[in-house]
Design a binder for this molecule. Structure first.
Ligand code: UN1
Length: 506
């Protein structure tokens, strides 16, 4: 007999050691976007429980900060092992709860494994500088110390990887983590928490209880985390509207934030571009994850000399995109997360039409077995100019295409929107490529050449400017945001010279 989706989900959860019985209730409903069916109904943590969890995490921090960083790395190494063992199960669960195709579900778990590896190495490289002192017999240095409880708020579209970019770094840096995942994806969060607990059990008693806490609930539960004075850093991923609220609340109590908010990412296709590569990059970055990545390609600026060669190719690929069940091999476009995402997409397309756009695709499709899932054909929209609708991020597969004449014009359009996450140029002209990456080029946190704007590796710092929020997560030196820096000046002389040559004779 064929298993129901619900049975499969429960099997996957129990394979990973996640036990839903603690959360039996009726506040939060996990629905699979594949068919719209409810997978599980959970109760939300009460405000009291949220405060207790933050308290436990705070106590855990006080013990964990004294564990040597390379030992802390060992816990993350074990966690990475759990993720390797359960990659298939977790990847599948991501697909079932968030609707992305299985290749991308697995890719998301791989991204978690990659950041664990990065964090293990980092645990032996939390370096500070030594600095030449202006005073004789003095030494200056900086030391990086753990910060405290790190609050992580994540969105439905990367229900597990975004937590891991933050958490893997936070843990090796000596912090504890309290996670408030999207209320649309509580099951994947419970699975990850269970895998972390397995790793912590193998690590032993040096890992204090409360090191990783999970809060199930809606945004008002997240608000408790954001407002809590025991949380010195909140890392939030989601809409600009949410990020603004988090920033305001945190600035009120002078807490730190790492914000990774809306993206409205563009690609420039220049006259010398390799159009075959560009086509593949455009399609992956515009329709991957059904247009629901913050790095999704949303605006395409094509030089007028190549537009007539590129657009027919694109239309051809778009017309034959396999849309359907994201668990099935061969599917490239899965469902949107829910009906409101579909409505937002239709609204944006109506506005684009009113602005003179010509829309191809964008309609709802109903694949066999898709039930109440919201599947759409990705839309290509040829626009006469970059109009107001293009200044907004609509979390759906809509690609606006505008023809350009000069590179200056295309770069200006790239930068004209309020968001500043990712961008790319396809060109084989080194001058254009360097110009795009220069100080007067793209104003985004990510500026790529001959690859699309999405699908970043974990080794680089990830994040963007302007309304994207300015935060950086993941690789490079993003770890510094999860620590506090102490400057230490040590006097090993028998005198007490003052800085700036001040004389202060007693
Ligand atoms: C997001 O959509 O919130 O670069 C993150 C990418 C992925 C991460 C996207 N590595 O597309």
């Amino acid at each position: 007999m064929r298993k129901t989706t619900m049975e499969t989900v429960h099997e996957l959860l129990s394979a990973m050691g996640a036990d839903l019985s603690h959360y039996a209730g009726n506040d939060i409903h996990s629905r699979t976007p594949i068919t719209g069916e409810t997978l599980a109904s959970l109760h939300a943590d009460t405000p009291h429980a949220v405060k207790e969890k933050i308290g436990r995490a705070d106590a855990a921090f006080r013990a964990w900060r004294n564990v040597p960083a390379p030992r802390r790395g060992e816990l993350i190494r074990l966690f990475g092992e759990e993720l390797r063992t359960h990659k298939e199960a977790l990847g599948r669960l991501v697909t079932m709860e968030a609707g992305k195709i299985l290749q991308e579900g697995l890719g998301e778990v791989q991204e978690m494994i990659d950041i664990c590896d990065f964090a293990v190495g980092l645990s032996r490289q939390l370096y500070g500088l030594t600095i030449a002192s202006e005073r004789p017999g003095h030494r200056m240095m900086e030391t990086w110390h753990p910060l405290g409880v790190v609050g992580v708020i994540s969105a439905f579209n990367f229900p597990v990887a975004v937590w891991s970019w933050n958490a893997a770094l936070a843990f090796v840096c000596g912090n504890s983590v309290v996670w408030k995942p999207s209320e649309k994806t509580p099951l994947t969060a419970l699975a990850v928490q269970a895998l972390f607990e397995k790793a912590a059990a193998r690590f032993g008693s040096e890992a204090p209880a409360g090191l990783s806490e999970l809060i199930i609930g809606g945004h008002e539960r997240g608000q408790l985390l954001v407002d809590d004075p025991r949380v010195p850093l909140v890392s939030a991923t989601g809409s600009t509207r949410m990020g603004r609220a988090v920033a305001q609340a945190c600035s009120q109590r002078l807490a730190r934030t790492i914000l990774e908010l809306g993206g409205n990412n563009a690609m420039i296709v220049a006259p010398s571009a390799d159009l075959e590569l560009a086509t593949r990059a455009i399609v992956f970055s515009a329709v991957g994850t059904a247009g629901q990545r913050c790095t999704t390609l949303r605006r395409l600026f094509v030089h007028e000399s190549v537009a007539d060669a590129l657009l027919p190719r694109l239309k051809k690929v778009y017309a034959s995109l396999p849309i359907g069940n994201p668990l099935e091999k061969g599917t490239l476009v899965g469902p949107l997360i829910d009906g409101s995402a579909f409505d937002a997409m239709q609204n944006a397309l109506a506005k684009a039409k009113a602005d003179g756009g010509t829309v191809t695709g964008g309609e709802r499709v109903q694949p066999e077995g898709g039930g109440d899932g919201f599947y759409v054909r990705p839309a290509l929209v040829e626009m006469p100019a970059q109009t107001a609708v293009m200044h907004h991020e609509t979390f759906a597969p809509i690609l606006y295409v505008v023809r350009y004449r000069t590179l200056d014009e295309a770069i200006a359009w790239n930068n004209e929107v309020p968001q500043g996450l990712s961008s790319s140029i396809f060109t084989t002209d080194i001058r254009e490529a360097e110009r795009f990456m220069s100080a007067s080029g793209s104003d985004c946190g990510i500026a790529n050449v001959n690859i699309g704007p999405s699908g970043a590796e974990i080794g680089g710092a990830f994040g963007g400017e302007k309304e994207t929020g300015g935060g950086r997560e993941s690789g490079s030196d993003a770890w510094k945001a999860y620590m506090r820096r102490a400057t230490n000046t040590v006097n090993y002389s028998h005198a007490l010279p003052l800085a700036q040559g001040i004389s202060f004779d007693l």
